[in-house]
Design a binder for this molecule. Structure first.
Ligand code: 76R
Length: 254
C-alpha cells in the first residue's frame, strides 16, 4: 500500500449555486423585491465585515451559461460554521425566491507533495494566507470539482509516492507559468462531497482559464489521472450591480 500524502487543511468552503427565478421575482411586487434586496444587502455587508476582520471569506459571482446564475462562495473556520450558515440563510427571502441548483462542500487543502516551508500556519504567514485565503479580487472565477482516476494501471492511489511527487511537480510547473495570471484555491472533498477536490480559479482574463486547463490536459497528472465534474465560469459582481440587474429585469412591475 502506498502512503497518503500529508495534507494541511484550512477554512471550510461552501460553493452555493443559485438560479435566479424571474417569474417569482416578478410576482413579488416592488415592495417584496425591495425588502428581499435590503435584507440580502445587510447579510452581505455583515459577511464583508467578517472578511475585513479575517474571520471568513465571501465572494459573489454572476455566472455565464444556464447551469446556474449566481455563486455565493463562503469560507468559514469549521463545518459547524457552514451548517449554521445554511440554517441561517434558509429563511432569507432572497434565497427562498432564488433556489439552489448546485452546491459543493470542501475544505482548503495543501498537500505536501511540494514543500511549503515551515508547516505551522501560526508562524508562517504565507502558509496562513493560503489556508485562510482572502479571495482574489480578479474579474473572473472558474469552479469545477475533480477526482483522480482509479482504474487498472491508471490508479493514482496505487502509485508509489515518488511517482506522485514527480507528477505533482510537473503539474505545479505548468501552474507556475501562470503564476501572475491565475490563482488557484484547491480544496479537498474526500468524504465530504461527490468528487475528491474542488478547484476554484481566479483570473482577470478568462481566456487564461481555457489556456491553463488545456495545457494541463497534456500533462501526465491530468492526462492520465484527472476526471472532471461540471465547470462553472463567471465574473465577480458587487451587491449594487446585482440589485440594479435584478430590479432592471422586472417585466411586470406592479
Ligand atoms: O501549492 C502549490 O502551488 C505548489 C504546486 C501545486 C500543487 C501541490 C499546484 C500548482 N497545484 C497543486 C495541487 Mn494545482 N491545479 C489543479 C487544476 O484542470 C486540471 O487539469 C486540474 C485542475 C488546476 C487548473 C490547477 C492550477 N492542483 C493540486 C491538486 C491536489 C492534488 C493532490 O493533492 O493529489 C489538484 C487537484 C490540483 C488541480 N496548480 C498549481 C494550478 C496552478 C495555476 C498552480 C500554480 C500556482 C501558482 O504558482 O501560483
Amino acid at each position: 500500500m502506498s502512503e497518503a500524502p500529508e495534507t494541511l487543511e484550512g477554512w471550510w468552503i461552501w460553493h452555493d449555486f443559485r438560479r435566479v427565478d424571474l417569474d417569482v421575482w416578478d410576482r413579488l411586487g416592488a415592495g417584496g423585491r425591495e425588502a428581499a434586496l435590503q435584507s440580502l444587502g445587510a447579510r452581505i455587508r455583515a459577511f464583508e465585515a467578517k472578511n475585513a476582520r479575517r474571520e471568513s471569506s465571501f465572494g459573489l459571482y454572476q455566472l455565464a451559461g444556464h447551469k446556474a446564475d449566481l455563486l455565493f462562495m463562503h469560507l468559514r473556520p469549521s463545518l459547524a460554521d457552514l451548517v449554521a450558515l445554511k440554517a441561517e440563510l434558509l429563511p432569507e427571502p432572497f434565497f427562498r425566491i432564488h433556489p439552489p441548483v448546485y452546491s459543493y462542500i470542501s475544505v482548503v487543502e495543501l498537500s505536501r507533495y511540494v514543500a511549503h516551508g515551515n508547516p505551522d500556519p501560526a508562524t508562517n504567514p504565507a502558509l496562513r494566507e493560503r489556508l485562510y485565503p482572502s479571495l482574489p479580487e480578479t474579474t473572473y472565477v472558474c469552479f469545477y470539482p475533480m477526482s483522480k482516476r482509479r482504474q487498472g494501471d491508471d490508479n493514482w492511489y496505487m502509485l508509489p509516492r515518488e511517482e506522485r511527487v514527480r507528477m505533482m511537480r510537473g503539474h505545479g510547473g505548468i501552474g507556475h507559468q501562470y503564476h501572475e495570471r491565475v490563482t488557484q484555491i484547491i480544496s479537498g472533498s474526500q468524504g465530504l462531497d461527490d468528487w475528491e477536490w474542488g478547484v476554484t480559479l481566479y483570473a482577470d482574463d478568462a481566456i487564461d482559464f481555457k489556456k491553463l486547463v488545456y495545457e494541463m490536459r497534456f500533462d501526465e497528472a491530468s492526462a492520465r489521472f484527472a476526471e472532471f465534474g461540471p465547470f462553472y465560469v463567471g465574473r465577480r459582481i458587487g451587491f449594487d450591480s446585482l440589485s440594479a440587474w435584478l430590479l432592471g429585469s422586472v417585466t411586470d412591475a406592479r
